[in-house]
Design a binder for this molecule. Structure first.
Ligand SMILES: Nc1ncnc2c1ncn2[C@@H]1O[C@H](COP(=O)(O)OP(=O)(O)O)[C@@H](O)[C@H]1O
Ligand SMILES: [Mg+2]
Length: 351
């Protein structure tokens, strides 16, 4: 797909209430949110929305923000990437968000005072996308900012690929209620309804093929359906037989997704270890060291473990299944081909 032609957006600006694109699924998360909104005196709560890139975190946050705004609730949209990463930078960004939502008041109040006044008038939704960008001030945010909010009336919905802050329901940082909201790919039927809305006239068999090949990953679904939609539009201008809409020869959407995920890999020296995990799926520190042909330090091992698409497992670190599949395709390699490529450095341990 020509990326210039794509309308897929990586959201960084405040979504306005009329920019409401197709939204499917996420019913448990929406129920959680609606339950909070409809409570008469809701406790201040943090929803920590996490998941790999393109899984739909920003889209979910935008949808919640849209629901709150259109039902007349006070709602603020913030983006960790748009903040200077200091407490003052966060408060400056909060001041802008308050102005955009008409919640800044008319006096010389500080942003914190304006926010506290708004909470006195009714529940406030505070959405913060790309929260991982604020990791340098996460402790201040939790204990300094969140800790100074009242015990009732605020719902903070944070999105991050992973959360460094302990956020299980057993722990309650800053004495607030924390709920983990991990996002999975869309179910088959949700993915299907997304495809139907973009490609309503397509045969069921091809729609099903799209759902299966993308594994229900929302960004993958969007990239594929947009590409086909663009092909269809081009055909109405220059009709030709439609090629296989999902050729197997590493179509660009795999590369778009792979590079989207690998952007998280700021330390390039970890790339060989990701290659090894792509080959064998899971590995501990010793096996990774053997795979890359030199010792992997404990610091590097923990850096790998902090990536959203790598999780701790029984035998060490495990690469997310979907990401593994796409990395193979993005690299234009098959498992067998990649195995042959790296088996020398793995020293026959996986013969
Ligand atoms: N629930 C959803 N319904 C419809 N499309 C979705 C949904 N979630 C994600 N998408 C699509 O996938 C793309 C990537 O989602 P996004 O929210 O940006 O992912 P993330 O923030 O997790 O990286 C969006 O631009 C949108 O096109
Ligand atoms: Mg996002």
């Amino acid at each position: 797909m020509n990326s210039k032609r794509s309308t897929v957006k990586i959201m960084t600006a405040s979504p306005n209430a009329t920019d409401h694109r197709v939204f499917v699924g996420r019913h448990p998360q929406l129920t959680l949110f609606r339950d909070w909104l409809s409570s008469p005196d809701p406790p201040t709560t943090v929803y920590a929305v996490s998941g790999i890139g393109g899984i739909g975190k920003s889209q979910l946050l935008a949808h919640l923000y849209h629901i709150a705004r259109t039902s007349g609730q006070n709602a603020l949209w913030m983006d960790g990437r748009a903040c200077v990463r200091t407490p003052q930078g966060f408060l400056d960004h909060l001041a802008s968000a308050l102005i955009l939502s008409d919640m800044s008041g008319s006096g010389p109040d500080s942003p914190m005072q304006s926010l506290l006044h708004a909470i006195e008038t009714g529940p406030v939704l505070l959405v913060i996308d790309n929260f991982e960008a604020l990791s340098a001030i996460a402790e201040w945010w939790t204990y300094g900012f969140l800790g100074s909010l009242p015990d009732r009336g605020v719902l903070a919905v944070l999105a991050a690929r992973t959360f460094a802050i302990p956020s299980t329901t057993l722990h309650s940082p800053a004495d607030k209620h924390w709920v983990q909201v991990p996002l999975d790919p869309l179910s088959q039927s949700e993915a299907h309804s997304l495809v139907v809305r973009t490609l309503p006239s397509f045969p069921w068999r091809i729609r099903q093929q799209i759902v299966t090949k993308t594994g229900g990953h929302p960004l993958a679904l969007t990239l594929v359906t947009e590409r086909i939609h663009a092909q269809q539009t081009a055909m109405t201008v220059d009709p030709q037989p439609l090629a296989d809409p999902l050729p197997n020869d590493a179509p660009p959407f795999y590369q778009v997704l792979s590079s989207h995920w690998l952007r998280e890999l700021v330390d390039e020296t970890l790339q060989p270890a990701v290659d090894v995990l792509t080959l064998i799926g899971s590995a501990d520190q010793d096996i990774l060291s053997a795979g890359i042909g030199q010792p992997l330090t404990t610091h590097q091992y923990f850096s790998l473990a902090s990536l959203s698409f790598i999780q701790p497992g029984h035998d060490g670190l495990v690469l997310h299944d979907l990401v593994r599949t796409y990395l193979f395709r993005g690299y234009g390699r098959t498992p067998a081909g990649l195995h042959a490529h790296t088996s020398g450095s793995l020293g026959g341990r996986f013969g």
